[in-house]
Ligand binder design. Structure first.
Ligand SMILES: [Zn+2]
Length: 73
């Protein structure tokens, strides 16, 4: 990996509880030592919670997340 931090994709998957177990353990290991990624995860979780509260479907949330990620890059 080029960055020591978690990928946006990983954080999004984690926030949506869609990460498979092995990847989730690795991600959580990193989160335990990295405040920066914990903040980013919190942001992703808030974003998803907001969309869910608005009654968006999971597919729409994923599309919104892709848009968000492409804006970050
Ligand atoms: Zn990190």
């Amino acid at each position: 990996m080029s960055s020591p931090h978690l990928d946006d994709d990983v954080l999004d998957a984690l926030a949506m509880k869609r990460l498979y177990q092995e990847a989730e353990s690795a991600a959580i290991d990193h989160l335990l030592v990295c405040q920066q990624c914990r903040d980013r995860l919190e942001e992703a979780e808030e974003f998803i919670a907001t969309l869910r509260a608005a009654g968006e479907s999971t597919d729409r949330i994923q599309r919104a997340l892709s848009d968000l990620n492409s804006r970050r890059n």
